[in-house]
Write a protein that binds this ligand. Structure first.
Ligand SMILES: [Zn+2]
Length: 367
């Protein structure tokens, strides 16, 4: 396989989808031999932090003679082992690696502990075994406990000379200011869907499917690549959209029943409810875009026929109100408003789709 592939369209010879500014900044540092001891790659889940960290590590460790030191060969033993997480000088810690420990101690694995940082510090003290530098990647850095961050700070304050630490965080605010001030922060923003589509086509995905998946990815190449390889993930997304549409299409009574049921299940299925509400926001946004004549910007294109019929059955003002009320419900749930109250308030503000009321639910609402 071509080491950089067609996916490199958007960046200078790194197999990264998008993130031009970030790639250029890291490449400049490598060419100038001014690589920092610590970086923080910050951006939403699935945006491509892990991939970027991995290619950066390949560029730093690749032993192959090459015209541009900032571009890894991608095919040597070093590059391939880094690619599959098996190089002795490139180590990743995160919730996934910590889970093994958590199983042993029976503790909940929701934050990175001081023990994990201690093992990382021990690893940072080692000399490189093969490469000229060790690269230590801290995934899920936004979950570092405060004591763990303080322990990590000691390493950042006295960095071993041949070590580069790369923190991957969804949220920079979760890191102590003292940590942030010792890292070079690189922000990763959502990637344009055309760039993601080109990347997926480079993986051999057919154009129509690639475009569809790229739009669904919402700027997250990591999600798109996983979804391309995992039909179950695509199915879960399709199911979530179907649930959101069914909720919107329901009679006022059916909508309320769903709101009550969702509210009552919130304590047990918090993350699922948030994900479903995010999907609802996406569907309402599509209904609004279609209603406003901007169909080409819609996200859930495979469901356009039903989205178009919803848009035709409501006024633009009504749709805008529904979008606002759904976003407000999300904010209310974050702020610990009683779930049932927040969800009931949300559906009450949705304009009705009277023509779609089913005979069964009409009977129910007469009771
Ligand atoms: Zn190489």
């Amino acid at each position: 396989m071509d080491p950089v592939g067609k996916v490199a369209v958007a960046s200078p010879r790194w197999p990264i989808w998008g993130h031009l500014a970030a790639v250029e900044s890291l490449q400049r540092a490598i060419r100038a031999n001014r690589v920092s001891h610590a970086y923080a790659l910050v951006g939403p889940e699935g945006v491509g932090k892990r991939t970027l960290a991995r290619v950066f590590a390949q560029a730093l460790c690749c032993p192959t003679e090459r015209p541009d030191s900032a571009v890894p060969c991608g095919v040597c033993s070093s590059c391939r082992r880094i690619g599959r997480g098996a190089h002795p000088d490139v180590q990743t810690v995160g919730l996934r690696t910590q889970a093994v420990m958590a199983d042993k101690t029976g503790s909940k694995n929701t934050s990175l502990t001081i023990d994990t940082v201690r093992s990382l510090r021990a690893s940072a003290a080692l000399r490189p075994m093969e490469a000229t530098r060790r690269v230590l990647i801290v995934d899920d850095a936004e979950t570092l406990q405060e004591t763990a961050q303080e322990a990590l700070l000691k390493t950042l304050e006295e960095p071993p000379s041949a070590v580069t630490i790369v923190l991957l965080a969804n949220d920079a605010e979760a890191l102590l200011p003292t940590i942030r001030s010792r890292c070079q922060t690189i922000e990763l923003y959502p990637v344009a869907s055309a760039v993601i589509a080109a990347g997926l086509m480079g993986l051999g995905i057919e154009e129509g499917a690639a475009r569809e998946l790229a739009v669904l990815a919402g700027g997250r190449p990591g999600w798109a690549a996983r979804a391309a390889a995992d039909p179950a993930l695509r199915q879960r997304q399709a199911d979530a959209v179907a649930r959101a549409i069914a909720w919107i299409e329901g009679s006022p009574y059916d909508r309320l029943v769903t709101a009550v049921r969702t509210g009552d299940g919130f304590a047990r299925k918090r993350e699922e409810v948030f994900a479903d509400l995010e999907t609802l926001v996406g569907v309402w946004r599509d209904v609004m875009l279609v209603s406003a004549g901007a169909t080409s910007h819609a996200t859930y294109r495979p469901r356009l026929p039903v989205i178009e019929s919803l848009a035709g059955a409501m006024t633009l003002a009504g749709i805008a109100g529904a979008l606002t009320s759904t976003q407000r419900c999300l904010a209310d749930l974050e702020a610990n408003v009683r779930p049932r109250l927040a969800l009931e308030g949300m559906v009450m503000a949705w304009p009705s789709v009277s023509t779609r009321e089913s005979p069964a639910s009409a009977r129910d609402s007469d009771r």
